[in-house]
Each structure stands twice: as structure tokens, then as C-alpha cells.
Design a binder for this molecule. Structure first.
Ligand SMILES: Cc1cc2nc3c(=O)[nH]c(=O)nc-3n(C[C@H](O)[C@H](O)[C@H](O)COP(=O)(O)OP(=O)(O)OC[C@H]3O[C@@H](n4cnc5c(N)ncnc54)[C@H](O)[C@@H]3O)c2cc1C
Length: 493
């Protein structure tokens, strides 16, 4: 088969160590991919005294992390939370994350992270990653384009989560105006990689792991400048090569619903190679259908006062849960068939444009124009309005900030259906790892010499993504994968 016709969704076969006549390069720890997870793995492995070699396929490090908005989900009482006047504890953060990232969230990882989130904040701070001690009020938004440091980037204030855990804002955005503070985060991390003494080789595409007869991963085959180079890893290989949203075969095989999303978020490197390499060495890949899905119907925030309905004219969620939870529900549970109903008082053009599917002077007219079953939308709006007159939403429990009866004609329906609306997505499934980074097989046994972090792995959420969880997960668990690899007894000659 030509390369084009190969199924790129299957595990990548390993090369046997006994077939390697001579290594071209070697290091204690070899890190594959220099984004958020890889840089943190390299920094910590080098700090622990390991000789570290980083192989990055692009012309420089950064990856998707450098494209990001720069929000990290941290809490449990960080200095920024305290400076902004919020109390938080690791236990409340744990309760919230287990509830919002499940069912099936990785409780071991969440516990490990919540207990060390404040320490992670200090670690980033010590590397010069800036966070401004100002809070963006939740009524104003979740995604600061200002240089504000703290905001809500999840569903903490929404039902049912506000009843499960004491809400606190945990979105920590790197201080930079605009929407690309991830670039500054990566600049600081890349500076730290250099200072730590890790060697970085760019234009180094890794595709194959080298494994010995005891299953130990002992190296990597890379194409460096187009030439095959065999790199020995004396203690371990850390896979930090990103997600798989740009691998069509993997998306078709594992997460076919994502094909409905128009925007696939991530750098070219998000082609799943790292995951396939780990699978080839015996690593388990889990929650491969998990993804962040965003349907950006707000800002402006007042649109949260509208009603999300499906083509039967029925509501299915409280509209104030976080936009990525709404996105998941719209795509996975409503098949991407969703409309936002507003009246004239709420009406405003969303920042991300959405077409108007229908308009009418009455809800009945709107319902007819949308082609919904007769009476359903009228019943939905009438029921909602009855509660809203009293500031309540007895059916879905939207918070009172966002409740307003829809009584001012004309009425409109924004088209949030998947093909027409800007659903954006990146994958969350990947290699199964312990919180300390060891890649494990389907029996839960570690593959000796193999570690992973970031979107090469399944992180804390099984679903229910909160913004900031990917960068925090990548940087935090990247650190621990680096620490574990550096501490490994390694490949003994
Ligand atoms: C526009 C946008 C905004 C976002 N905003 C946020 C946000 O604010 N907060 C948040 O938490 N998440 C955000 N995300 C998601 C987040 O940025 C990523 O999920 C996260 O950065 C992944 O980190 P990583 O280290 O796993 O991968 P990456 O940062 O992508 O690093 C992987 C690196 O590996 C390299 N690589 C890939 N394959 C190979 C190979 N075979 N050999 C060698 N090198 C390889 C890549 O070139 C890349 O440099 C955003 C994403 C986008 C696109």
C-alpha cells in the first residue's frame, strides 16, 4: 500500500531493539514533541539531573500550546485567587472536577492535581509566567481579551455543579491582551527548557518506538532533516506529541461525531502519531471519543438568557453551563440539531456569527417557520415564561442572572446546527497513563521506559471539558512524566 492509502488510525509498529545495529544518538530521557507537555517534561527531567534530548517535528517548539488562549485551570487557593478575594480548597476543586468531567473522570489524576495545583502555580510563577491579579466578573465573560488574570472557565456557578461544590473561579489566564496568551506561556517554557540544559532538535519527526524483548522502550526512530536517526533513551521516552484531531482515520475510527465540526483546533502535529506509537508498544488508549466541542453562541453574554431547543421544540440543558459542556451536549446528545430562541429584548448579534434560521411576531409563527411539530415550542416557551416571571427555571434550573421571560416580539431563532454553525473541537482521548506519567497497558501494567503527557494521553476529563484543563493538564502531568522518566532505573547494557 502506498503511504496515502495506509490506515493511519492503527497502532504504529515498533522496531525491535535486536534489529538496531548501532544507535546514532543517545540521552537519558528522550522527549517526543516540544509543546506545553514536552517542555515541562524536559525542564523537570533536566532538573532531576538527566541528560535530555527533545525531538520536535516542527521548525521550533510551541505546538498547539502556542496557539492557545493561555488559560490554565488552577485552584485550591492559588495566590491569584486569594489576591482577587476568592477562597478555594483542593477538596472543593476535586468535587467540582469529578462532577463536571465525568462520568468516568480520572479521579486519581484529579486528586493528584488538585492537591498540587497551588504548587504548580508557584512553579509557573517561578519560570516568569505572569498572571495579573484582577478578576473578570462572570457576568462580563469567561475568556479575557483584556489582560485580566482570573475568570470562571467552567460551569461552577451553574446547576447542578453549584450545589455539588462551593464555586470558585479557577481559570488563570497568562497576562497578555488579546486571545493568544498561550504564545507567551510557551515563550517562558521554551526559555526554561534552554536554561535547564535540555538539547532540542527540530525538524525531527518521530514515528516509531524501539522496544526490547522485555517490552522496555529503549529508543525512538526519528526522521531528522529527512534522514533516519536511531536515538537511544537510557532511562525513558516521554511522548508529548499532542492530540489527533488532524488524523482523519483516527477521527473516523474513534470519534466520528467530530467530523460534523467545522473547526478542528490544533497545529499540524495533532495527527495522533504519538498515540499510535504508544499503542504499538502495548499502551492502552482510552476515552478516544472524548473531545472538547465549543458552540460559541455567546458572547455577548445576554444570549445566555435565550432558550436552546432541538427540532422537537424542547429544551435539553440549562443554557448557563459552560460553552464546551453545551457544545458536547449539542453535538453528542442532540446530533448537532440545535437552535437558540430569543426575543427582541435579548436579541443581539453573537460575536461569532450565526445565521438566523427563522423570525416571527409570535412563537407560533416562529415554530411554523422552523418546521417544528405544532405546539411544542409554544409549550416550551410558555412553561419557561411561567417560571421566569418569578425568576425561576423549575425544569432546568438556569441561574437567576440569566432568566428573563421571552415576551417581547419579534422572536428569532439562531441556527446552531452543526453544519452551519462554527462548532470547534480538539480531541481529549489518548494513552492511558498513571498520574506520574507511566503509560499502562490494558491490564494496568506499565510499559517499562514509556511515559506520556498532554493530549497524547487521556487526561483528567472523560467529558465535560472546562477551559484551561488542557494546558494545566499538559504542563502539570508533563512535569511528572519528566520526573518519573528521569528517576527510572533505565536500560542497563
Ligand atoms: C485556538 C486554541 C485555543 C486554545 N486555548 C486553550 C486554553 O486557553 N487553555 C487550554 O487549556 N487549552 C487550550 N487549547 C487546547 C490546548 O492548547 C492544547 O490541547 C494543548 O496545548 C496541548 O498540549 P500538548 O503539549 O499536549 O500538545 P502541543 O502543544 O501541540 O505539543 C505537541 C508538540 O509535539 C510536536 N509533534 C507532534 N507529533 C510529533 C512527532 N511525531 N514527532 C516529533 N514531534 C511531534 C508538535 O509539533 C508540537 O510541537 C486551545 C487550543 C487552540 C487550538
Amino acid at each position: 500500500l502506498s503511504e496515502k492509502k495506509k490506515d493511519m488510525g492503527t497502532p504504529a509498529a515498533v522496531r525491535r531493539a535486536r534489529d538496531v545495529a548501532k544507535w546514532d544518538r543517545e540521552a537519558d530521557v528522550v522527549v517526543v514533541g516540544l509543546g506545553g507537555a514536552g517542555s515541562c517534561a524536559a525542564i523537570e527531567a533536566a532538573a532531576a539531573g538527566a541528560e535530555v534530548l527533545v525531538l520536535e517535528r516542527a521548525w521550533k517548539g510551541g505546538g498547539t500550546s502556542a496557539m492557545a488562549s493561555g488559560q490554565l485551570y488552577m485552584g485550591g487557593g492559588t495566590p491569584l485567587q486569594k489576591q482577587c478575594g476568592f477562597e478555594d480548597t483542593p477538596d472543593e476543586m476535586f468535587k467540582y472536577l469529578v462532577a463536571s468531567c465525568g462520568p468516568g473522570a480520572d479521579e486519581d489524576k484529579i486528586r493528584f492535581y488538585c492537591d498540587r495545583s497551588v504548587e504548580h502555580y508557584h512553579w509557573l510563577d517561578a519560570l516568569g509566567v505572569p498572571f495579573k491579579p484582577t478578576y473578570m466578573h462572570y457576568l462580563d465573560g469567561t475568556d479575557p481579551r483584556t489582560d485580566d488574570g482570573l475568570s470562571y472557565t467552567g460551569s461552577e456557578l451553574a446547576h447542578p455543579f453549584s450545589e455539588i461544590a462551593v464555586p470558585a473561579p479557577r481559570g488563570h489566564t497568562v497576562q497578555q491582551e488579546g486571545s493568544n496568551a498561550g504564545l507567551l506561556l510557551m515563550e517562558k517554557l521554551l526559555e526554561a527548557v534552554e536554561k535547564a540544559g535540555a538539547e532540542v532538535v527540530v525538524d525531527a519527526l518521530c514515528e516509531t518506538l524501539v522496544q526490547d524483548d522485555d517490552r522496555r522502550v529503549v529508543g525512538v526512530v526519528a526522521a531528522i532533516g529527512g534522514e533516519e536517526v536511531l536515538v537511544r533513551a537510557r532511562r525513558g521516552v516521554v511522548l508529548t506529541a499532542g492530540g489527533f484531531i488532524h488524523n482523519k482515520d483516527m477521527v473516523r475510527r474513534y470519534a466520528p461525531m467530530l467530523r460534523k465540526c467545522r473547526f478542528r483546533l490544533g497545529c499540524d502535529g495533532d495527527d495522533g502519531r504519538g498515540i499510535r506509537m504508544g499503542q504499538g508498544a502495548g499502551g492502552d488508549a482510552i476515552r478516544m471519543d472524548a473531545a472538547t466541542v465549543v458552540v460559541p453562541f455567546s458572547p455577548p453574554r445576554q444570549l445566555i438568557c435565550g432558550l436552546l431547543v432541538n427540532p422537537t421544540g424542547q429544551r435539553f440543558v440549562n443554557e448557563d453551563v459552560y460553552q464546551s459542556l453545551i457544545g458536547e451536549i449539542c453535538l453528542m446528545k442532540q446530533d448537532g440539531e440545535v437552535y437558540l430562541i430569543v426575543d427582541d429584548e435579548i436579541f443581539v448579534r453573537p460575536e461569532v456569527p450565526h445565521e438566523i434560521a427563522a423570525a416571527g411576531d409570535t412563537i407560533e409563527e416562529l415554530e411554523r417557520e422552523l418546521g417544528f411539530p405544532e405546539g411544542n415550542l409554544q409549550h416550551t416557551v410558555a412553561t419557561y415564561n411561567r417560571g421566569a416571571e418569578k425568576g425561576e427555571d423549575p425544569v432546568f434550573h438556569k441561574a437567576s442572572d440569566w432568566i428573563k421571560p421571552l415576551t417581547h416580539p419579534p422572536y428569532a431563532a439562531f441556527d446552531l446546527t452543526a453544519p452551519k454553525s462554527l462548532y470547534s473541537t480538539f480531541t481529549l482521548g489518548g494513552l492511558h497513563t498513571r498520574p506520574t506519567g507511566e503509560v499502562i497497558d490494558p491490564d494496568g501494567q506499565p510499559i517499562p521506559g514509556l511515559y506520556a503527557a498532554g493530549r497524547n494521553t487521556s487526561g483528567m476529563p472523560a467529558q465535560g471539558y472546562n477551559s484551561g484543563l488542557s494546558l494545566s493538564d499538559a504542563t502539570f502531568f508533563g512535569r511528572h512524566a519528566g520526573i518519573s522518566a528521569a528517576a527510572a532505573s533505565g536500560d542497563v547494557d
